[in-house]
Design a protein around this ligand. Structure first.
Ligand code: NAD
Ligand code: DAU
Length: 354
C-alpha cells in the first residue's frame, strides 16, 4: 500500500513548462507522489528542478515515451493513478527541419502512453485521469480579429501543430472508445524562467545581453498571445482537479503582442537593467527570412476556464516580463550550462554516478 493518495506521472517534467508543473505539485501536494518521466532530450534539463530533488514525494525516471516496453515497465513499477502529459518535441522551427521526430514523440509517444493507461487501468477508471497538455497552434491561424474557442475547428499548419492535433485526437478517441477519463487543455505561448533559449523571449534576452543580433522573422507582424508559465501551471492544477472529463479548456492571458513590439519592449527593459542608453539594444534588431508557413496570429478565448473553473492569470505582462528578465540576469550559471551543453551532464553526475 502506498503512503500517497495518488501517484502521478508527469511526462516532460524536465522541460520548461513541465518543470513548473512538477515544482507546483511537489510543493503543494505532499500527499501525491510525483514521478517526473523524461527522456532528457536537448530540451530536458534536470537543473530546472534542483530545488525539489530529494523531496520524499518526488522521483525522476529517465524514460522515452516512444519506448513501449520501457513505458510498460514504469507503469508496473509505479501503478500510476494519473498522467499529466507534457513530453513533446515543442519547437516549430525544428519541426520544419525534422518532422518525423515530431510524429514519433508527439503522436506515437502519446498513443503509447494512452495504451499503457488502457492496459494498466483495465477498465477500472475509478480515480484515474489522463491529462493531455496541448497548444493553441492546433487551431491554425487567425486574421486581424477573432479568438480561438474550444469549438474552433482544428486547422494545424506546421508539422509541430499537426502532430499535436493528431495527439489531441488520440486522447479524445481513447475517451470515446474505451471510456478513459481524460481532460485536455490548449494553451497559448508561455514565457518565464527555465525557458530554453531557442524560443523567442529567452533567445532575445540572451542575445541582447551578449550584444548579438536579434533575429526577427519576416516583418515581425505576427501576433502571439503570451501567458506567464506559472499561471499555466496553476491552470493545469485547476483543470487536473476540477476539469470535466472528456472536456478541453483553452488557457491564455488575453495578452496579444506583435513580435516586433514585444522585442522592442524587451530591448527597453534590458536597456534599463544593463544601464544602456534607451534605444541601444534595439539597434541589434535584424529582420531575417520568415518562418515557412508562419501562422499570422494566435489569440485564445479563455472564458470557459474562467467561468467554469474560476481560473484567471495572476500577472500583468510587463510585470511577468520584468520578473523573467530578472531571472535570466541573475541565473547566469543556468544559461551558461544550457549554452555550453553542460546541463546535459547533470543527470550522469547526480543520478547515474551516485
Ligand atoms: P520543452 O521542449 O521545454 O520540454 C519538453 C520536454 O519533453 C523535455 O524535457 C524533453 O526532454 C521531453 N521529451 C521530449 N521527447 C521526449 C520523449 N520521447 N520521451 C520523454 N520525454 C521527452 O517543451 P515545453 O515548452 O515545456 O512544452 C511542454 C508541453 O506543453 C508540450 O506538450 C507543448 O506542446 C505544450 N505547450 C507548450 C507551450 C509553450 O509556449 N512552450 C504552449 C502550449 C502548449
Ligand atoms: O502557441 C503555443 C506555442 O508557442 C507552443 O505550442 C510551442 O511549443 C511554443 O514553442 C510556441 O510556439 P511559437 O512558434 O509561437 O514560439 P517561438 O518562440 O518559436 O516563436 C514566437 C514568435 O516569434 C513566432 O511568431 C516566431 C517568432 N520568432 C521566433 C524566433 C525563435 C522570431 O521572429 N525570431 C526568432 O528567432
Amino acid at each position: 500500500m502506498s503512503k500517497f493518495d495518488k501517484t502521478i506521472l508527469v511526462t516532460g517534467g524536465a522541460g520548461f513548462i513541465g518543470s513548473h508543473v512538477v515544482r507546483l505539485f511537489v510543493n503543494k501536494y505532499a500527499n501525491y507522489k510525483i514521478v517526473n518521466g523524461d527522456a532528457l532530450t536537448y530540451a530536458g534539463n534536470l537543473e530546472n528542478l534542483k530545488d525539489v530533488q530529494g523531496k520524499p514525494n518526488y522521483a525522476f525516471a529517465k524514460i522515452d515515451i516512444t519506448d513501449e516496453a520501457g513505458v510498460e515497465e514504469l507503469f508496473n513499477q509505479y501503478h500510476f493513478d494519473a498522467v499529466i502529459h507534457l513530453a513533446a518535441e515543442s519547437h516549430v522551427d525544428r519541426s520544419i527541419l525534422d518532422p518525423l521526430a515530431f510524429v514519433k514523440t508527439n503522436v506515437l509517444g502519446t498513443a503509447i502512453l494512452l495504451n499503457a493507461c488502457r492496459k494498466h487501468w483495465n477498465g477500472n477508471y475509478d480515480g484515474k485521469l489522463f491529462y493531455h497538455v496541448s497548444t493553441d497552434e492546433v487551431y491554425g491561424s487567425l486574421g486581424e480579429t477573432g479568438f480561438f474557442t474550444e469549438e474552433t475547428p482544428y486547422d494545424p499548419h506546421s508539422p509541430y501543430s499537426a502532430s499535436k492535433a493528431a495527439s489531441d485526437h488520440f486522447v479524445m478517441a481513447y475517451h470515446d472508445t474505451y471510456g478513459m477519463p481524460v481532460v485536455m487543455s490548449n494553451c497559448s505561448n508561455n514565457y518565464g524562467s527555465h525557458h530554453f533559449p531557442e524560443k523567442l523571449i529567452p533567445l532575445m534576452i540572451n542575445n541582447i545581453k551578449n550584444n548579438k543580433p536579434l533575429p526577427v522573422y519576416g516583418k515581425g507582424e505576427n501576433v502571439r498571445d503570451w501567458l506567464f508559465v506559472e499561471d499555466h501551471a496553476r491552470a493545469i492544477d485547476t483543470i487536473f482537479h476540477n476539469g470535466k472529463l472528456g472536456a478541453s479548456y483553452n488557457v491564455g492571458g488575453f495578452n496579444e503582442w506583435k513580435n516586433i513590439d514585444l522585442v522592442h519592449l524587451l530591448c527597453s527593459i534590458m536597456d534599463k537593467k544593463l544601464g544602456r542608453a534607451e534605444g541601444d539594444s534595439a539597434k541589434l534588431i535584424t529582420y531575417v527570412k520568415d518562418r515557412a508557413g508562419h501562422d499570422l496570429r494566435y489569440a485564445i478565448d479563455a472564458t470557459k476556464l474562467n467561468k467554469e473553473l474560476g481560473w484567471s492569470p495572476s500577472l500583468q505582462f510587463e510585470e511577468g516580463l520584468e520578473k523573467t528578465v530578472e531571472w535570466y540576469l541573475s541565473n547566469e550559471e543556468w544559461i551558461n550550462h544550457v549554452t555550453s551543453g553542460d546541463y546535459q551532464k547533470y543527470y550522469d553526475v547526480q543520478y547515474e554516478k551516485r
